[in-house]
Design a protein around this ligand. Structure first.
Ligand SMILES: C[S@@+](CC[C@H](N)C(=O)[O-])C[C@H]1O[C@@H](n2cnc3c(N)ncnc32)[C@H](O)[C@@H]1O
Length: 284
């Protein structure tokens, strides 16, 4: 495992919350401390909740088995997808913006067998603007994380990915299949908010809200501890994510010089949306 790091700031802005999440946060008053879901506090919560989730792993590994060469993983987080790709025997360069998320991944690698660890390079960087001195058989951007970028950021992402794909290489990225989602929530009592209760691997409890008005450009995820502590500050982790349809991404990718992506269905993410894995390559 080799590492290159440079400081990159993550912000923790107070989001405008409605519904049950808004009520829960308002009831806490001045005890609330908003956190970005990927900062030094949020990264631990994220990893506890989602770090070992197997969503999209089987499909991703299935596609990678058909490809050769090293893998570049973007927005690698705490390694939810990195570790299975390493276990498949691949060389993986894992690029991630948040130093805190990378720190958790580094710890996981340090605890892993040397043969696996030695096939991984960790890089702190921005997926919308990176320049590495090698090319890859596959570039992977999972967990619908393309939707963390705005339109200008995606233009930078596509340019950088094209420049790093080896001949015949593939770009694999997942996104929310908004059409399916709208159909699923059409009859729901409250189509704008889903609340879930989790007991994580650590034994800690969490209450998670996902707020999204069908048709809106963004969705907001809010995580609170459950039960709430009796006194003292309460960390409320949030992240705002764009909602990018496969059709929009297809249009953007083709305009950026990629082939029309093949769509691979992904199983239900367990919240309220279905995701799809897009597979594309550089157009001839
Ligand atoms: C939903 S998490 C996914 C992490 C991991 N792939 C997983 O499946 O658990 C999104 C990740 O994208 C990272 N991220 C956000 N903006 C980024 C950017 N511009 N460049 C690289 N990583 C970014 C966040 O810090 C976070 O770790």
């Amino acid at each position: 495992m080799t590492t290159a790091t440079e400081p990159v700031a993550h912000s923790a802005t107070a989001p405008v919350l409605t519904g049950h999440a808004g009520e829960a946060v308002a009831a806490l008053g001045s005890r609330v401390r908003f956190r970005d879901l990927y900062d030094e506090v949020g990264s631990t919560v994220y990893h506890d909740l989602a770090g070992r989730d197997t969503h999209e792993v089987r499909e991703l590994l299935g596609r990678l088995r058909t490809l050769t060469g090293p893998v570049l993983e973007l927005a690698a987080g705490t390694g939810r997808l990195t570790m299975p790709m390493l276990s498949l025997g691949r060389e993986v360069t894992a690029l991630e913006l948040s130093a805190s998320m990378l720190a958790v991944l580094r710890e996981r690698l340090e605890a892993a067998p040397p043969a696996l660890r030695q096939r991984c390079v960790l890089l702190q960087g921005d997926m919308s603007a990176f320049a590495l001195d090698r090319r890859f058989g596959a570039v992977v951007l999972g967990t619908t994380s393309v939707s963390l970028l705005d339109a200008a950021g995606r233009v930078g992402l596509y340019r950088a990915v094209r420049a790093h794909l080896a001949p015949g290489g593939r770009f694999l990225l997942s996104t929310v299949d908004a059409a399916d989602t709208a159909a699923d929530t059409a009859g729901a009592a409250d189509a704008t908010e889903v609340a879930l209760h989790y007991t994580a691997a650590s034994g800690r409890g969490y209450r998670m809200f996902e707020q999204w008005s069908p048709g809106a450009q963004t969705r907001t995820v809010v995580v609170l501890p459950e039960p709430l502590p009796d006194s003292g500050p309460v960390d409320v982790c949030t992240t705002e994510i764009g909602v990018l349809s496969p059709d929009l991404l297809t249009e953007e990718l083709v305009a950026a010089g990629f082939t029309v992506p093949v769509r691979h269905a992904l199983p239900d993410a367990g919240v309220r949306h279905r995701d799809v894995l897009l597979e594309t390559g550089v157009a001839p």
